[in-house]
Design a protein around this ligand. Structure first.
Ligand code: HEM
Length: 476
C-alpha cells in the first residue's frame, strides 16, 4: 500500500500556498471549447488528466458541460478537485453547500420530480433534507429483514430463465433481464410494492424509468458514439418533460397505490405530505437505487467476466463460508475476498462519476501538494474515476487488484479512501441527516456481495462476454 496522507486539511509539513491554476477562457467560446474537449475530442477522463499534467496540479479551474447555446443561466465554471485529499473537502458540510448541485450547476427541471426538489437536491441546512434522509434510512433499516430473501427470489427467477436460454443457445444477454430484475427486486425491497399488481408496470416499468433517467441526464453524460450528432442533439439543450409525462404519472400512481403503507409511514412518522412521499420514493426507487445499481451491476458483471482467473478462489470462499447453504448478511459478511472484489469494482468504476458542491464561505482547500484559497460561491467538481486512482493512496492504481481491500493486504485501512457513496466507506462518519452521503453506503456493497455469492453457490463455471452469459454450468 502507498503511505496515504491524512485527509485532514492542515496536516504537516506545511504546504505551499498557490493561486488555483487554470481559467475559464473567453465567455461563450471558452465553455463551448471545453465542452467539445470533454465530450468529443478527449472524453471526461483524458479531459481532466491532460489538465492535471498541464498545470502540474490536481486542483485547477476549468469549465464542465453543459454549456451553450440553450443552457441559459447555467454557469460551467468549476474548480476541479482530483486527488483524494482535495476531493475529501466535498464531504465537509460546514464548507460545502449541496443545494441543487447533484449534477453540477445545471439542474433538470423539477417537472421530472413532481414539481418538488427531492432529497438529492436539498442541502443539509434545509429541514426537509433531514426529514427525507431519516425516512430513507428508516426504509433501509426495515427492509433489511427481508432484503436477502427478496433478492434471492428475484435472482432465482432471472437465473432460471438464463439457464433455459443457455440450454437452447450459446449465450444469454443480461442487459434487459438485469433491469427487469432490479426494478422488481427494488420495488419489493424498498417500497414493499409488487409490480405484478399493475400489469403495465410489471411489463414496462423499467423501460419507463430508463427514458425518464435518460432525459434528465443526457445533457451531462458522454456516450461518444454519434459525434457530431451527439453534440448537436444530446448536449445542446435540455429535454422537455412532456416526452415522459404520461409514464411518470403511471409510475407515481404505482407508488401511491402499491406502496401505500410506506407512503403512510412517511406522513405519520416523518411528517411529509403525500406528494412529498410519493415523488421522493419514486426518485429513490428510480434514480438513486435503480439507476445506481444498474450501472454498478453492469460493471460488476464485466469485472467478473474479465477476472476469470480468480473465480475458483472466490467460489471456494463462498462455499466455505455458507453455513447450511443459506445466504444471509451474516454469512456473506465473512467473505473477505468477495467484498474486496466488490470494493475494487467500485473503486475503478464508481457508478456516479462526478460530484459537485458549492463553497458555503471562503475557505482553504488542500490537495496533497498545495493549499488554495476558495471563494464563497465557487463550484467544486470532483471526478471520481481519477480520484480513485490517486497514486499517493492506491498502489498500482490502474490495475484491478481483486484482493486489494483484504485485511492481509492492509486494505481495510484503504476503505476510508473509497468514495463511491459521496463519503468514505469506513471511519467515524456514517450516512446521516447531517451529511450528503448515500444512505445505502453499506447495503450496496452487501447486495453486490450477496449477488456474487449467489452466483458462485449456484454455478461451478461462469463465463461472460459482451454483456451476455456464455457459460453457466450448474453446481453438481
Ligand atoms: C449502486 C447503487 C447506488 C449508488 C452508486 C449510489 C450513489 C449515490 C451517490 C454518489 C450519492 C451522492 C450524490 C451527491 O450528492 O453527489 C447518493 C445519494 C443518495 N442515495 Fe444513493 N446510490 C446507490 C443506491 C441507493 C439506494 C439503494 C438508495 C435507497 C435507499 C439510495 C438513496 C440515496 C439518497 C436518498 C441520496 C441522497 C442523500 C442525501 O441527500 O443526503 N441510493 N447515492
Amino acid at each position: 500500500m502507498a503511505t496515504p496522507p491524512s485527509l485532514t486539511p492542515q496536516s504537516p509539513p506545511a504546504l505551499q500556498r498557490m493561486a488555483v491554476p487554470g481559467g475559464y477562457g473567453w465567455p461563450v467560446v471558452g465553455p463551448l471549447w471545453d465542452r467539445l474537449q470533454y465530450f468529443w475530442f478527449q472524453g471526461p477522463s483524458d479531459f481532466f488528466k491532460k489538465r492535471i499534467d498541464k498545470y502540474s496540479s490536481t486542483v485547477f479551474r476549468t469549465n464542465v458541460p453543459p454549456a451553450f447555446p440553450f443552457f441559459v443561466g447555467v454557469n460551467p465554471n468549476v474548480v476541479a478537485v482530483l486527488d483524494v485529499k482535495s476531493f475529501g473537502h466535498l464531504f465537509e458540510m460546514e464548507v460545502v453547500e449541496k443545494a441543487n448541485s447533484l449534477v453540477g450547476d445545471f439542474m433538470p427541471s423539477v417537472n421530472y420530480t413532481g414539481g418538488l426538489r427531492v432529497c438529492a437536491y436539498l442541502d443539509t441546512s434545509e429541514p426537509k433534507h433531514s426529514q427525507i434522509k431519516n425516512f430513507t434510512l428508516d426504509i433501509l433499516k426495515r427492509s433489511s429483514r427481508s432484503w436477502t430473501s427478496t433478492l434471492v427470489t428475484s435472482l432465482d427467477s432471472m437465473f432460471d430463465s438464463f439457464d433455459a436460454q443457455l440450454e437452447g443457445g450459446s449465450s444469454a444477454s443480461y442487459l434487459f433481464p438485469l433491469q427487469d430484475f432490479l426494478f422488481t427486486f427494488l420495488s419489493r425491497a424498498l417500497l414493499n410494492a409488487d409490480p405484478s399488481a399493475v400489469p403495465e408496470i410489471k411489463k414496462s416499468g423499467y423501460i419507463m424509468l430508463d427514458k425518464w433517467l435518460a432525459l434528465q441526464l443526457l445533457p451531462t453524460i458522454s456516450i461518444n458514439i454519434l459525434q457530431p450528432l451527439e453534440e448537436i442533439f444530446l448536449h445542446s439543450f435540455s429535454y422537455p418533460f412532456w416526452l415522459v409525462k404520461s409514464d411518470y404519472q403511471k409510475l407515481a400512481n404505482f407508488v401511491k397505490t402499491e406502496a401505500k403503507e410506506t407512503v403512510q409511514r412517511a406522513e405519520t412518522d416523518f411528517k411529509l405530505t403525500e406528494e412529498e412521499a410519493v415523488h421522493n420514493l419514486l426518485f429513490i426507487l428510480g434514480f438513486n437505487a435503480f439507476g445506481g445499481f444498474l450501472i454498478f451491476f453492469i460493471s460488476l458483471l464485466s469485472s467478473l467476466g474479465e477476472q476469470k482467473s480468480v473465480h475458483d478462489e472466490l467460489r471456494k470462499e463462498v462455499r466455505e463460508k455458507l453455513s447450511n447453504n443459506v445466504l444471509s448478511f451474516e454469512t456473506v459478511q465473512q467473505m473477505e475476498l468477495v467484498f474486496s472484489f466488490v470494493y475494487e469494482t467500485l473503486r475503478l468504476n464508481p457508478p456516479v462519476p462526478s460530484q459537485f458542491g458549492r463553497a458555503r464561505k471562503d475557505f482553504e482547500l488542500s490537495s496533497h501538494d498545495a493549499v488554495f484559497e476558495i471563494k464563497k460561491g465557487e463550484m467544486l467538481c470532483g471526478y471520481q474515476p481519477l480520484v480513485m486512482k490517486d497514486p499517493k493512496i492506491f498502489e498500482n492504481p490502474e490495475d484491478f487488484v481483486y484482493n486489494r481491500f483484504t485485511k492481509e493486504k492492509g486494505g481495510d485501512k484503504l476503505l476510508k479512501y473509497l468514495f463511491w457513496s459521496n463519503g468514505p466507506q469506513s471511519g467515524t462518519n456514517a450516512p446521516s441527516a447531517s451529511n450528503k452521503q448515500c444512505p445505502a453506503r453499506d447495503v450496496v456493497p452487501m447486495t453486490a456481495a450477496l449477488f456474487l455469492a449467489y452466483l458462485f453457490q449456484r454455478y461451478d463455471e461462469i463465463a461472460i462476454s459482451s454483456s451476455s452469459f456464455t457459460t453457466l454450468k450448474k453446481a453438481k
